[in-house]
Design a protein around this ligand. Structure first.
Ligand code: MSP
Length: 661
């Protein structure tokens, strides 16, 4: 059997000094999109993310919060993990630099470079920016001892340190970049880095003695390894000491892509490759430096107080919409602007009007004019051929742009097809064809639109992962997985005679006039972050004792309520999840779709008594993996918080798939 090509992609590991914001989410959504895309193209993928937990900044933040450093970090990490789950991020490993498996590899590499003579002891005298964890020379500072990167005051340092002989590698680095022109992308960033290195590389201070929150230098434990030297090693330590079985380091290293923001490109394209050269390890193929999510003309960041919580945003607009927005809005190598207006407009225009509406139009018209059946098309006219040719050419163009990681350009290309399809309907006017009895032409239009919808949905799947299942259901091809994959991006595979159904809109339209904007998150600096739903409201004041106990959830708008897709589901099978006390695994029928839901109600029911029952599920809840099983949705039950009594909501006699409002 032919071996699959591998694709190893990483995000930077995030500082858990504050909650994540949508700027952080950009990199991770991009890496997840790319992984899903490569998987569809037959690659054996590996996607790594994690947290960068050492250094003075984090130790100080924990102290300010009055918490032990690891407890402080543990809390914030829950928030990161919750965010990745909310945004449907499916990483293979989450590395934390405080894990022993990571420390071990940092020490091995430090020792190896030291043994080679490329690390030596001396004294560092200069400036340090703690928020950026970066050393600066006097010459590099802005006037008034200000950090040139973040604009905050730097601190003077004078301490015994170990130095990494970077200067020795200057020529070799320049040669490497010349031989590997795609190592730094976009190319404009490569030119910046080449100019920087040509000015002369200085040796880098790689240990500190004035604090201890870090990995000890193996041969001199008074020192901890400089946080960037430590952090960069994660890309290797995660593979070398992976919890997964087998030697995945040999399989995946060197990485195909390190995806990073432009502010940390120097660490990844100069320091990291030189560390690898010194440690005699292979270098990654590409470092892609993307732009920033801006608010106005300022980078979104906690220190600027202009942060938007992506979890709240995602709950309001759906994770698929947020993912699409991020991937579409930021051009290759450019910054992008965030405001809720821009986001809502993008959702309405691209997702609700163009893409979602295409499905509504075809299913609605098929129902009205052809009894819900997609009939065989008549012979194509020149008018049809224009659409068909574009549909045939788009996968190749889209794929090429995705391979180049030009996600926004790829989506623009895809939208040319979607827009053409909408225009094709307007020009063909199927309602007139129906009136005039032009049945053959009508069948062609509906078939061609349904086929465009199928192709567009496959291409869009890596960006909006929970949408395809909904489209397949409405197109009546949920049971035909060979029509869902990349190989099936061939015009005309959609079978004739399929029965479509007109379902809920994929992306409900947002009322821009009634936009109730999410405010910036303004957490007091010292507040430890606890990973539980943020908004719980004070109990309403009312007279009866019973009512006093009733803690109401915050109000939501009708629009928000409508985003919940509740359906009747029939229990086909139910069993306990092995080695758990609480979990039941349900196999359910929902209209024509079968799905699995895990529910933590094993203590209330015997599995057998539930088989055959009709229950209610929230069908569009983001899928989650529980004990290795993907659970898609949630079963509704009435729970008495006081007595602990729980009862599943039953709707006997109602057909599965029926919508609950
Ligand atoms: N811990 C280092 C990375 C070490 S990797 C070996 C770090 N962490 S960070 O949390 O400050 O930033 C992580 C990533 O988020 C960086 O790539 C950074 O560019 C990105 N972003 C942070 N704010 C951003 C925006 N407003 N917009 C886009 N990306 C941004 O740096």
């Amino acid at each position: 059997m032919q071996k699959k090509p591998t694709f190893y992609i990483t995000t930077p590991i995030y500082y858990p000094s504050d909650n994540p914001h949508i700027g952080h989410a950009y990199t991770t959504v991009a890496a997840d999109t790319m992984t899903r895309y490569k998987k569809m193209r037959g690659y054996n993928t590996y996607f790594l993310t994690g947290t960068d937990e050492h250094g003075q900044k984090i130790q100080r933040r924990a102290a300010e919060a009055g918490l032990d450093t690891l407890t402080f970090i543990d809390n914030i990490i829950l928030r990161f993990k919750e965010l990745w789950q909310t945004l449907l991020i499916d990483y293979d490993d989450f590395i934390r630099t405080t894990e022993p498996r990571h420390k071990k590899v940092v020490q091995e590499i430090f020792q190896k470079i030291y043994d080679k003579g490329d690390i030596y002891k001396s004294e560092y005298q200069g400036w340090y920016c703690t928020p950026c964890e970066t050393f600066f020379t006097e010459r590099q500072l802005k006037e008034g001892q200000i950090c040139p990167d973040c604009g905050r005051p730097v601190e003077q340092m004078k301490e015994e340190s170990y130095f990494f002989r970077m200067s020795k590698y200057e020529k070799r680095w320049l040669q490497f970049i010349e031989d590997n022109p795609d190592f730094i992308r976009p190319h404009s960033r490569r030119n910046e880095m080449v100019n920087f290195v040509k000015q002369g590389l200085e040796d880098l201070c790689v240990s500190r003695t004035t604090f201890d929150w870090g990995v000890s230098v193996p041969f001199d434990t008074r020192h901890v390894v400089y946080v960037w030297f430590d952090a960069l090693v994660n890309y290797i330590s995660a593979l070398k000491e992976s919890p997964q079985s087998g030697d995945i380091y040999d399989l995946y290293w060197p990485a195909q892509v390190h995806l990073v923001g432009k502010d940390i490109i120097r660490f990844h394209t100069v320091i990291w490759p030189i560390m690898l050269m010194a440690a005699q390890l292979p270098l990654p193929k590409t470092v892609l430096g993307h732009g920033w999510v801006l608010i106005g003309d300022t980078k979104m960041s906690k220190s600027k107080g202009n942060v938007i919580d992506p979890i709240v945003l995602s709950q309001k607009y759906s994770p698929d919409a947020i993912r699409y927005f991020l991937m579409r809005e930021m051009g290759y190598g450019l910054d992008c602007n965030y405001s809720e207006d821009i986001l809502a407009l993008r959702i309405n225009t691209d997702l609700a009007n163009d893409y979602g509406n295409l499905l509504s139009r075809v299913t609605g018209m098929a129902k009205k004019f052809q009894g819900g059946i997609i009939l065989p098309p008549a012979e194509s006219t020149q008018f049809d051929k224009e659409l068909i040719e574009l549909a045939q050419a788009t996968p190749q163009r889209y794929g090429q742009l995705m391979d180049e990681m030009r996600w926004s350009d790829a989506l623009i290309e895809l939208w040319k097809l979607i827009n053409k399809a909408n225009k094709y309907i307007d020009d063909a006017a199927p309602w007139n064809l129906n009136k005039c009895g032009e049945k053959g032409k009508l069948a062609s239009v509906l078939y061609n639109i349904a086929e465009v919808m199928r192709l567009a949905t496959i291409m869009l799947a890596p960006v909006t992962p929970s949408i395809p299942a909904k489209v397949w259901l409405q197109l009546g091809i949920a049971d035909l997985p060979h029509l869902h994959d990349w190989e099936s991006l061939v015009w005309g595979k959609l079978p004739y005679g399929i029965s479509v159904s007109h379902g809920a809109p994929l992306f409900p339209r947002i009322d821009l006039n009634a936009l109730d904007e999410i405010p910036f998150t303004a957490l007091p600096d010292s507040l430890p972050v606890v990973a539980k739903p943020a908004q719980s409201v004070a109990p309403p004041t009312c007279s009866s004792e019973a009512q006093k106990e009733l803690l109401l959830e915050p109000e939501i708008s009708m629009e928000q309520f409508k985003t919940m897709d509740m359906r009747v589901v029939k229990v086909l099978d139910c069993e306990r999840v092995q080695k758990t006390d609480k979990l039941l695994k349900f196999e359910l029928q929902m209209g024509e779709e079968k799905r699995t839901i895990i529910s933590g109600i094993a203590e209330y029911y015997q599995p057998a008594q539930l088989i055959g029952k009709n229950l209610i599920a929230i069908a569009n809840l983001a899928p989650v993996k529980i004990r290795g099983i993907v659970s898609k949705g949630m079963l509704l039950s009435a729970v008495n918080d006081e007595s602990g009594q729980l009862e599943l909501l039953e709707v006997p006699g109602i057909e599965s798939g029926t919508r609950v409002r």
